[in-house]
Design a protein around this ligand. Structure first.
Ligand code: ADP
Length: 253
């Protein structure tokens, strides 16, 4: 057998964007919010953390974002442990339902903000802003204030702002939850189109099975803080690990 085709450990490590090993978050309740979670996210993929309300999804995402250190275990991004450095010092973009646009800034100023924080050469900023407003199909909307934009348009600006500094990782925490169903489905497909176009590794949190199955390369199903299964969407249907996964996936299909 040719050794050329043998996979070395570093080859495998190079393909991993985010890794969690034995990660637990215990707030002192009866059950830990996240219980001994271990998983890998491959570079360039769209991974969804799916589970009912209270299953630990947001807690897991907040630990990946570096907002909350785990009680035990280690999370690495690009091979480096997540530390307490502020998010703008790391290469992570975020779109959260509660991370709204700055209301006193125009759309363009909102998108320019992360570049200014990172001390990007000011002469390069207008072109970058235009490029990313165009990516989210908002050419010509740069001078509008957030209140002059629809809910879907505001989320597009938030996506442009999260991506303009070309992060290695994009974190989405139910950013579309406030939108009506039709707009939500349209925006889900938009997220997916943009993610593919840029190839940015994305971790998405949702309780919506249909969304997870439509947009994801890979899904982690959680219940009571415990990862029940990590699989491609089709694998959850064909070979669910347990009754919880089978019934949770089956509910809305
Ligand atoms: P999900 O995002 O799946 O709805 P969460 O991660 O928000 O779940 O919550 C998981 C569990 O952890 C819940 O029981 C919740 O009440 C608890 N929890 C979350 N954040 C805190 C906190 N800051 N302090 C205490 N308990 C928390």
């Amino acid at each position: 057998m040719s050794s050329m085709h043998r996979q070395t450990k570093s080859d495998a490590d190079d393909r991993i964007a985010v890794s969690a090993r034995d990660v637990t978050m215990d707030f002192g309740a009866d059950l830990p919010a996240v219980d001994n979670a271990s998983f890998d996210v491959e570079k360039g993929t769209f991974l969804t953390i799916l589970g009912p309300s209270g299953s630990g999804k947001t807690t897991l995402l907040r630990m990946i974002a570096g907002f909350q250190p785990p009680t035990s275990g280690v999370i690495t991004i690009g091979g480096k442990p997540v530390d307490a450095a502020p998010p703008h010092r790391r290469s992570v973009g975020m779109v959260f339902q509660k991370l709204a646009l700055f209301p006193h800034m125009t759309a363009a100023e909102n998108v320019a903000f992360p570049l200014k924080m990172r001390r990007t050469d000011p002469s390069l900023i207008p072109d970058k802003v235009e490029q990313f407003l165009s990516l989210v199909k908002l050419d010509g909307y740069g001078e509008r204030s957030p209140h002059e934009l629809s809910g879907g348009q505001q989320q597009r600006v938030a996506i442009a702002r999260a991506l303009v500094f070309e992060p290695d990782l994009l974190l989405l925490d139910e950013p579309l939850a406030a939108l009506d169903r039709k707009l939500r489905e349209e925006m889900q497909l938009e997220f997916r189109r943009i993610q593919k176009e840029l190839g940015v590794t994305t971790i998405n949190v949702t309780h919506d099975q249909r969304e997870a199955l439509v947009v994801s390369d890979d899904i982690i199903v959680m219940n009571n803080g415990v990862i029940q299964q990590q699989s491609k969407p089709v694998g959850l249907y064909r070979s669910p690990n347990n009754l919880f996964v089978a019934s949770f996936i089956g509910i809305s299909t």
